[in-house]
Design a protein around this ligand. Structure first.
Ligand SMILES: [Zn+2]
Length: 329
């Protein structure tokens, strides 16, 4: 019996005269054994050891999805992967398959690109240059990312993945999502509980930050407008401390690293260098020293959240590198 009858044959990365067959899921790939040996030696070894032949070609059946296997066969030279930004689905496949078949360079490269989405450093998290659009990343992909980083022991990327999962609708966390190739991707019971606890903790951090803003935000000792106003920038800073909006809603809802309030703070900077007391009539905001002081105070509050992420994600024991607090570089 021909067990390949009716199997869809890949036409994208296969060659009609290939001499080795890979069957992934329900798709048949026909490749050159020599090319495969350079491309993915571990898979080539499986082909060579196979006792199953079709039309004289050795056959290996693998449990990986056709989508994933296609992503590695598509790379011309996995030891020198293409430098341009790849979609998240491709990077995830490279990490998944590359880890399994020992393709270290391809995995390192994919992890390097994924770090912009799942950094281990707060300034990197803040200065992300929209990696979501660069890598075609949708929020629900965080579920695939969390499973992937746990399975491949990329512990330093787990905290940001858990934090991203916290931002998903509870139904998505419970029911999971669908990978690029249609594979269902669900969180384990344990991970659903982990994300729920992390979400609660995030809300606690958010509430703490709102409280600390009221109690602690103050103007700089070196306020440059104190000679223009008796209270310097106190009124503006007090507004920043007590407003419950302008981005603080996100903190309360479990996204204490949300940066909208930081941008709002920037918008309150007047920043002009006043020469006379009369000029202050048009002054609308705070001096740059006070705005900088507020940013420093917020930076300390946010660093507490960031430093708690490994514990919230349950990887504080496993994690190798985690940039605590505010980075110097
Ligand atoms: Zn000031």
């Amino acid at each position: 019996m021909n067990r390949t009858a009716g199997l869809p044959r890949d036409t994208e990365v296969s060659f009609p005269d290939g001499n080795a067959i890979i069957i992934a899921g329900n798709t048949l790939f026909r490749v050159y054994n020599g090319m495969l040996a350079r491309h993915c030696p571990a898979l080539a070894a499986q082909v060579n050891a196979s006792a199953e032949f079709i039309s004289g070609c050795p056959v290996v059946r693998i449990t990986d999805t056709p989508h994933d296997i296609k992503q590695i066969l598509r790379v011309d030279n996995p030891t020198r992967p293409p430098a341009d930004s790849q979609p998240f689905s491709v990077l995830a496949a490279w990490v998944r398959i590359g880890t399994k078949y020992d393709m270290g360079k391809l995995v390192d490269h994919a992890i390097g690109q994924l770090q912009s989405l799942f950094p281990a450093c707060l300034p990197e998290w803040d200065d992300r240059g929209n990696p979501e659009s660069r890598h075609g990343f949708a929020g629900a992909n965080a579920i695939e990312a969390l499973n992937l980083f746990q399975a491949t022991k990329r512990f330093e990327m787990v905290p940001a993945a858990v934090y991203r999962c916290c931002q998903l609708a509870p139904a998505v966390v419970r029911n999971g999502t669908t990978r690029a190739d249609g594979t269902r991707e669900r969180l384990s019971r344990k991970n659903i509980d982990l994300v729920a606890r992390a979400k609660e903790r995030s809300k606690e951090h958010g509430a703490r930050m709102i409280e600390e803003c009221e109690e602690q935000l103050e103007q700089a000792e070196s306020c440059s407008y104190s000679w223009g106003f008796p209270d310097g920038c106190a009124e503006v800073i007090s507004h920043l401390g007590y407003t419950e909006e302008n981005g603080k809603e996100a903190w309360r809802d479990g996204d204490p690293l949300n940066s909208r309030f930081l941008h709002y703070v920037d918008e309150q900077e007047d920043g002009k260098d006043y020469q006379s007391r009369d000029d202050f009539a048009n002054c609308m905001g705070a001096c740059s020293n006070c705005i900088e002081e507020v940013h420093e105070q917020l930076g300390v509050m946010r660093a507490v959240v960031w430093n708690d992420l490994p514990a919230m994600a349950g990887v504080d024991q496993e994690i190798g590198y985690w940039c605590r607090g505010v980075c110097d570089d």
